[in-house]
Design a binder for this molecule. Structure first.
Ligand SMILES: [Zn+2]
Length: 48
């Protein structure tokens, strides 16, 4: 499992990096597109 260092943002296979614990790097599944899509839809209607 690949991990990501929160300190320097680099990916590593180690449990720690930059003297801090790394987190599991999950495949990007962002909620942004949906969020912005919603916002944009509203903006189109003139509700914002
Ligand atoms: Zn690091």
């Amino acid at each position: 499992m690949i991990k990501k260092c929160n300190e320097c943002g680099s990916y590593t296979l180690q449990d720690s990096h930059c003297s801090s614990k790394t987190e599991n790097a999950r495949p990007a599944k962002f909620s942004y597109p949906d969020k912005y899509g919603k916002y944009r839809r509203k903006a189109k209607k003139g509700e914002v």
